[in-house]
Design a protein around this ligand. Structure first.
Ligand SMILES: [Zn+2]
Length: 275
């Protein structure tokens, strides 16, 4: 397991990313640490969509804690490598329109945007108590996650109302639907779609009502697969309880295990993601 010092030892961003990829391959080869594919997951993103949700302020806050916020070289807008963070969580399995990030920090997200991640900037607000109000960045992700669940349930419902296939009807003693109930297209029913995968990257649980956690609970209860990325020092403990009761559907991964690779390598390209 690598530990600090970080990837700053590498002289180019290309070497930085190659070192991360080699480390992940080594973990899979020697320690059996798989990412794709777990039980219930298909290998093709065309068959099974994977939706990503990044709560950037939380992830960055925990990274800062791991790195040492008192370190003189810590730079909030640079030290966490966005290309490395993106690759670690997606492994380049990403399709358009399925990835959402919220942030209240203004930094250059060019790499994420180029890879199809919808980055929503939501400036922080002060609550009446004087505390900084972080709810917006979590709520926007919760809404988008709920839409994914609703879409999946709609697809399931639509397929369940289609007539069974001719083969099924012939072998069944139960009369099939009448011709008048056939859809105009006459399509036979198909297998239900594989449940989508939700990938959530979080830091500290900022809100007492834990809305992101509630959305993850709903996803698991409705049969979706979930991967949660968090930090050991900040992960809301209820994620662990949920994982232990639904270990076939939910996995937890820790950024801590890869954190040295998340440190900016010192190359200007590291912020832009250009190798
Ligand atoms: Zn780099």
């Amino acid at each position: 397991m690598p530990s600090r010092p970080s990837m700053r030892l590498h002289c180019s961003h290309r070497e930085h990313m190659e070192a991360l990829e080699a480390h992940l391959a080594q973990m899979e080869r020697e320690e059996g640490v798989k990412y794709w594919q777990e039980p219930g997951e298909t290998t093709s993103s065309a068959e099974q969509k994977c939706h990503y949700f990044w709560h950037y302020p939380g992830v960055e806050a925990c990274f800062k804690g791991w790195y040492g916020s008192s370190e003189p070289d810590y730079r909030p807008y640079e030290t966490l490598s966005l290309p490395a963070l993106r690759y670690l969580v997606t492994r380049n399995r990403i399709s358009p329109g399925v990835a959402h990030a919220s942030t209240n920090k203004t930094r250059n997200f060019a790499d994420w945007k180029r890879h199809g991640i919808n980055v929503r900037y939501m400036p922080g607000r002060r609550a009446a108590s004087g505390e900084w109000y972080e709810r917006d960045t979590e709520t926007t992700l919760e809404i988008k996650m709920t839409r994914v669940m609703c879409q999946f349930l709609r697809e399931m419902l639509a397929r369940s109302t289609l007539p069974s296939s001719p083969l099924d009807r012939a072998s069944s003693s139960v009369p099939g639907p009448t011709a008048s109930s056939e859809p105009a297209s006459g399509h036979p029913s198909t297998l239900p779609p594989p449940p989508p995968i939700i990938v959530l990257a979080v830091g500290k649980n900022l809100l007492p009502d834990a809305r992101l956690f509630s959305a993850i609970c709903d996803a698991v209860r409705r049969g979706l697969f979930v991967k949660v990325w968090g930090w050991r020092a900040g992960l809301y403990e209820k994620y662990l309880d949920l994982q232990s009761s639904h270990s076939d559907q939910m996995k937890i991964y820790y950024f801590d295990d890869y954190a040295p690779y998340l440190v900016h390598c010192g190359s200007a390209a590291c912020n832009l993601g250009v190798r």
